[in-house]
Write a protein that binds this ligand. Structure first.
Ligand code: AMP
Length: 219
């Protein structure tokens, strides 16, 4: 099963991709996570991408395409993958098609998660995660049970993404509407696109996505 989760920053792609990866035993490929990893280890790509990411811009297509083309070669992608945050531009979508055609593979379904802008800004500006186990939290929507302590691993260290501030979020949203949303009609013309309501509860969004994926499996 090869899936693409699309939608604006903060729509819940990461959360749903993790669930899909677990339920269908497929790899979760987040270009944002891969780039943050590159930044944290200080690799050449990381050093180049750091500033762009911090101001909420898009990293050049050639960079993310090369990261993804290497990544889908790995064995954990044999049963499939769910792409989270890629493709974010039409050239990326076209490059992905070429890559897959060359391997005789195809995308089964593209799922757009829809959320209104005001809610996205509220969601992103309040989120943080445990520095130890990565569990995600939110100042309002998902607080830790004991102040300052991670519910899962007991760590007392938390971090916030540098690009999760209101100014950068607006930049990221602008980029989404200008550069990423044109990818949706591209997949619609290939009969691969479905949309789900990302403002519903997490479990309900998961159910809606499951319905789409199960329909795609029947085809
Ligand atoms: P994300 O974790 O998906 O919100 O991505 C964080 C940041 O990484 C984005 O704001 C971009 O700067 C960069 N990034 C992630 N994926 C891509 C992509 N497919 N194309 C260009 N830049 C990306």
């Amino acid at each position: 099963m090869r899936l693409i989760l699309s939608g604006p920053p903060g729509c819940g792609k990461g959360t749903q991709a993790q669930i899909l990866s677990h339920n269908f035993q497929i790899a979760h490929l987040s270009t944002g996570d891969m780039l943050r990893e590159a930044v944290s280890i200080g690799s050449k790509i990381g050093l180049e991408a750091k500033k762009t990411m911090e101001r909420g811009g898009l990293v050049p297509d050639a960079v993310v395409i090369s990261i993804i083309s290497e990544r889908i070669e790995r064995q954990d992608c044999d049963l499939g993958f769910v792409l989270d945050g890629f493709p974010r531009t039409l050239p990326q979508a076209e490059a992905l098609d070429k890559l897959l055609v060359g391997k005789n593979l195809a995308i089964h379904s593209v799922i757009e998660i829809r959320v209104k802008d005001e809610l996205l800004i509220e969601r992103i500006s309040g989120r943080f995660s445990c520095s130890q186990c990565g569990e995600g939290y939110h100042d309002r929507f998902k607080q830790v049970k004991r102040a300052g302590v991670c519910d899962f691993c007991g760590s007392t260290e938390f971090s916030r993404r540098k690009d999760d501030n209101e100014r950068t979020i607006r930049e990221r949203l602008g980029n989404y509407y200008a550069q990423t949303s044109p990818v949706l009609p591209y997949y619609e013309s290939k009969n691969l696109l479905s949309s789900v309501d990302g403002m519903a509860k997490i479990d309900d969004v998961t159910l809606a996505i499951d319905r789409v994926v199960n329909n795609a499996r029947k085809d």
